[in-house]
Design a protein around this ligand. Structure first.
Ligand code: FMN
Length: 300
């Protein structure tokens, strides 16, 4: 009997549904014993968000400052796992505070030490550099990363900004103004996520994870957009300045968060379209660079 652990946290339920669908073929396999653990912050994060709470988590999210989590029950902690599926969402180009707090905890170290891991991301569309941060934390825990799946909103970048904000601030996945597409990962992608569970099942039965990531990529499990990676890199550079600056402002924090909100609005609606136009104009010159970026971020 092999042991598998699925670790998840989701405010809307989207990421949990994806993780559960991926786990379905594993749960149905009589040779596997599959356990689930929900990451549980002592002080829960609000959902739906409002403008103040949404921006207030920016500095600590980006600076990867952990929050306190409720302890993992012993029946989960005391087992050795043959595979851990670690699912997380991205907050401010970084693993969400609950996910980051888990990875930085001593309990995570115990679970992850010398254990094969598959990461499962569900976010708007910008996950590439967050995954680099997760890779570092997994390495610090001596975990053995074998695969990565990234579920994204397939609508255009600016369209998904509008729809995700409506979703996060209303708590309901609905068509904004009745004309925009539904926010988040499409129900089709969520429903079909079990195909990745079948692939994982095969690797587990054969005790061989060598081609796992290759198979994920073949099945469109890891979409990489070199344009979004470019925006992600620039965003990380700028967020590093803003987060350090705001975290030091104890008395004026809320005012600076409002300034940051204006900055972010301009960055999304003015700077990112300019970056996109430059990306399109330099398209023929950057073929090799783009190919290299896709190859790198599609691998583990
Ligand atoms: C505070 C906050 C910041 C977010 N930042 C990003 C981001 O930088 N990149 C991204 O692709 N998605 C971002 N998202 C979307 C989340 O990754 C995720 O898709 C969404 O919150 C739904 O996750 P859930 O399963 O917890 O409900 C953000 C969401 C929140 C609440």
């Amino acid at each position: 009997m092999k042991n598998v652990l699925v670790i998840h946290y989701s405010q809307s339920g989207q990421l949990t549904e994806i993780a559960q669908n991926i786990a379905k073929p594993l749960v149905e396999n009589p040779e596997l014993n599959v356990s689930f653990h929900t990451i549980s912050p002592v002080k829960p994060y609000p959902f739906p968000w409002n403008k103040d709470t949404f921006f207030d988590v920016f500095p600590e999210s980006f600076l990867q400052i952990p929050t306190e989590l409720n302890p993992i029950p012993n029946e989960i902690l005391d087992k050795k796992y043959d595979l851990i599926l670690f699912s997380y969402q991205v907050w401010y180009l970084t693993p969400s505070i609950p996910a980051n707090s888990f990875l930085k905890s001593s309990q995570a170290k115990k679970l992850l030490e010398n254990t094969p891991v598959v990461t499962i991301i569900a976010c708007r569309n910008m996950w590439a550099l967050a995954q680099e941060k997760v890779k570092k934390l997994l390495k610090a825990n001596n975990a053995d990363l074998k695969g990565n799946l990234a579920f994204i909103d397939r609508a255009g970048n600016l369209i998904s900004v509008v729809t995700i904000v409506d979703w996060m601030f209303s708590g309901i996945k609905k068509k904004y103004l009745g004309i925009f597409p539904l926010p988040g990962v499409s129900q089709k992608d969520i429903n079909e996520a079990d195909k990745f569970g079948k692939i994982i099942n095969e690797s587990l039965s054969q005790n061989n994870f060598e081609n796992l990531q290759e198979k994920f990529v073949e099945n469109n499990g890891v979409y990489v957009s070199p344009y979004l990676v470019n925006v992600d890199k620039k965003g990380n550079f700028i967020f590093s300045k803003w987060s350090k600056f705001i975290s030091k402002r104890k008395n004026t924090r809320s005012s600076w968060l409002k300034v940051f909100y204006v900055y972010l609005f301009i960055a999304i609606w003015v700077i990112s379209p300019i970056v996109y136009i430059l990306h399109v104009l330099t398209y023929p010159l950057t073929f090799q660079k783009r190919k290299k970026a896709i190859k790198y971020y599609q691998s583990v």
